[in-house]
Design a protein around this ligand. Structure first.
Ligand code: HEC
Ligand code: HEC
Length: 322
């Protein structure tokens, strides 16, 4: 009876710590940020905006909504897409501090409303307009708003991106296109310039000249990025272990909500894009997870059968001893 009481007290205290104290302390240390279900309608931006900017943001996102209601013509969009391809081409060079990413799967991984907003005004869409007090043309993609500006044109380009079928997007492609121009992933053998090429040391000198040349290119790209963003974005190889899933989700959806003033732009991922990026982060940061998940049920099944057998064995042994 006494043991039961002690046990009861231990249980009550443990549960109080687990459900009461720990979440409370956690909530005090980290601001709780609600996600917006990957809906990009500007409501968070308008809420956070200073008084002077509120009206401009409201008008901007209201325009986005109007354009989203237009029916886009993918065929007509292909012609306007040539404007995009001028910057977003294979082997594109760094411009203004960052290299334009491949748009192969843009229609699959980014939200439609976000894409519309991005073409209208990249700095507003990605919620980094605070970096451009004199207007957002200075953003490295800013001049797009002078190239593709009519609402119908914007709707057409987005329809073209969504119709473009480049095959199903892999986790690695999603990461490379959405994050890879800024973040390296060492365990995935990715730098900001893409996959690390295989090179060989010279037998006589022991030096791998091609690897050194590549390292120099990466260092130059990183220096440009650090100038553009104020800091070099961290390697994301094991971020999945350092941060909770909730933090990562809400941060990627709207970096400003977690880290006001951060230089990381909103990436505008939709559900598929987010899922694929997470899959890649798991692949590099927690490669033993699939094995764990596969082994877990087997171990449980083993214990279950073992317990049943032990019980039967005990019954058999005690039979006739009572
Ligand atoms: C244009 C560049 C850029 C892109 C694209 C970008 N990021 Fe970032 N990211 C940054 C910068 C800069 C920081 C550092 C933020 C700071 O310290 O203010 C950062 C920080 C982070 C952090 C660390 C947050 C923390 O402090 O724990 C995570 C996680 C992250 N990014 C994830 C992503 C993911 C996932 C993607 C792709 C979906 C992505 N980023 C795309 C620039 C970028
Ligand atoms: C003047 C060159 C230029 C033009 C024209 C341009 N872009 Fe970009 N784009 C960029 C650069 C540079 C970035 C990277 C910006 C950054 O990371 O801060 C970018 C980023 C993007 C991204 C990634 C955004 C994200 O959330 O990660 C998408 C999608 C995109 N552009 C689509 C387009 C489309 C569609 C068009 C044509 C309507 C277009 N771009 C035209 C230079 C350009």
């Amino acid at each position: 009876m006494k043991e039961l009481k002690i046990f009861g007290i231990v249980v009550v205290f443990t549960l109080a710590l687990y459900w009461g104290v720990e979440p409370f302390a956690h909530g005090q240390m980290h601001k709780h940020v609600e996600g917006h279900g990957l809906v990009y309608d500007g409501s968070a931006d308008i809420e956070e905006a200073s008084k002077e900017k509120k009206e401009a943001k409201k008008a901007f996102w209201a325009d986005v909504k109007k354009i989203a209601a237009l029916k886009g013509d993918a065929t007509a969009g292909e012609a306007s897409y040539m404007m995009c391809a001028g910057c977003h081409m294979d082997g594109a060079a760094n411009m203004g501090g960052v290299t334009p990413p491949s748009l192969d799967h843009a229609g699959a991984i980014y939200d439609k409303n976000f894409l519309i907003a991005l073409i209208k005004d990249p700095a507003m869409a990605t919620n980094v307009d605070h970096k451009y007090p004199n207007g957002t043309m200075a953003h490295p993609m800013g001049s797009v708003s002078a190239m593709v500006s009519a609402p119908q044109d914007i709707a057409n380009v987005v329809a073209y991106l969504q119709a473009k079928k480049a095959g199903e997007v892999t986790p690695k492609e999603a990461f490379t296109e959405a994050c890879g121009r800024c973040h390296a992933n060492r365990y995935g053998k990715l730098t900001q310039l893409g996959e690390v090429p295989k090179t060989k040391s010279n037998i006589k000198t022991g030096q791998d000249i091609d690897a050194l040349k590549y390292a120099q290119k990466v260092a130059t790209e990183q220096a440009a990025l650090a100038d553009y963003l104020g800091t070099l974005p961290p390697d994301l190889s094991i971020i999945i272990r350092a941060r909770s899933e909730h933090f990562l989700h809400t941060f990627i959806e709207n970096p400003q909500s977690q880290l006001a003033g951060t230089a990381m732009p909103r990436t505008g991922l939709n559900h598929e894009g987010m899922e694929k990026v997470f899959a890649y982060l798991e692949e590099t940061g927690d490669p033993s997870k699939p094995l764990r998940e596969e082994t877990g049920p087997k171990v449980l099944l083993f214990f279950f059968i073992f317990t049943a057998l032990a019980f039967l064995w005990k019954k058999a042994m005690w039979k006739g001893h009572h």
